[in-house]
Write a protein that binds this ligand. Structure first.
Ligand code: 5GP
Length: 266
């Protein structure tokens, strides 16, 4: 593993060169950061859970024809993905007011929005990922008007599907953040595909019965039991059998996980 070429290290993930041209290995770390990395922690088992939850969702999306970068999971913390040219935007879809939209417009947190709202933020840590208009995106050439339309359409399809997936598990998808990239075909024509991850790190997930938070806001707001909440999301989605939430999600937690072979871990 140490001889692999590291291409990029972010706050919660590492990208390594993949086994074949055009592929990358996406590694999920246990590190958590918030408020532009001013708050940091290591949450044991978070990377394992996010790898599994994101795999589960991306596989469903691939099957229903939403193009994603996901190819397959390699081991507990890693997945094989297609190398894409990342579009420097965070695409946020909101169903219920929470977080920055609640603050910006003075909407009480928890109020349902009249319809799903798609927002774009420019991915730039130094600037604090500012909210941008479509005009900025096309004028500064971050994406073409056609790509903007494609991202909005894909984001809304993902929202419909993933909202339903979570609703079936008694979880409300309040909002989430997506990232997209360009995949070039043999004729060098770009196609917009979903990249990055979909996990409790980048979604707001509330228990439908109690409104309890089951996502990264537990870390941001010091609510405790962060990995336990992620493990509960995985358990409800049926990803991890017999998840022992008391143990968090260590590498050996859960009956389905303890039997993973060394080859799988390589
Ligand atoms: P807000 O704009 O309310 O802070 O965030 C909206 C949604 O997008 C939340 O689900 C939040 O988790 C996600 N989100 C926004 N920016 C980021 C980011 O930089 N990293 C991650 N992991 N999630 C983000």
């Amino acid at each position: 593993m140490s001889r692999r070429k590291k291409l990029y290290e972010g706050k919660a993930k590492i990208l390594y060169e993949g086994p074949e041209p055009g592929t990358l290995i996406q590694h999920f770390k246990d590190d958590a950061t918030a408020f532009n990395a001013q708050k940091r922690a290591t949450l044991e088992g978070k990377g394992v859970l996010n790898n599994r939850i994101s795999e589960f969702i991306m596989e469903h999306l691939n099957r229903m024809g939403v193009p994603t970068h996901f190819i397959r999971r390699l081991n507990m913390r890693e997945q094989l993905v297609r190398e894409v040219e990342i579009i420097p935007l965070e695409v946020v879809v909101r169903n219920v007011a929470a977080g920055s939209i609640a603050t910006r417009f003075g909407i009480p947190e928890g109020e349902p929005l009249p319809r799903a709202i798609v927002e774009f933020y420019f991915k730039d840590d130094a600037l604090g990922d500012p909210l941008v208009a479509e005009e900025h995106i096309s004028a500064f050439n971050w994406a073409s008007p056609q790509e903007i339309d494609e991202m909005i359409a894909l984001a809304l399809r993902v929202n419909d599907f993933v909202s339903g997936l979570f609703a079936g598990a008694g979880i409300r998808l309040v909002d989430f953040k997506l990232e997209f990239g360009r995949l070039y075909d043999q004729n060098d024509m770009p196609r917009v595909v979903l990249a990055d991850e979909i996990s409790p790190d980048c979604c707001r997930l509330w228990d439908m019965a109690t409104n309890e938070k089951m996502d990264k806001d537990r870390f941001r707001r010091d609510l405790g039991n962060v990995t336990e909440a992620y493990a509960e999301v995985a358990r409800r989605l049926g990803i991890m059998r017999e998840m022992d939430s008391a143990n968090g999600a260590g590498e050996t937690t859960g009956a389905g996980e303890t039997v993973e072979s060394e080859q799988d871990k390589a």
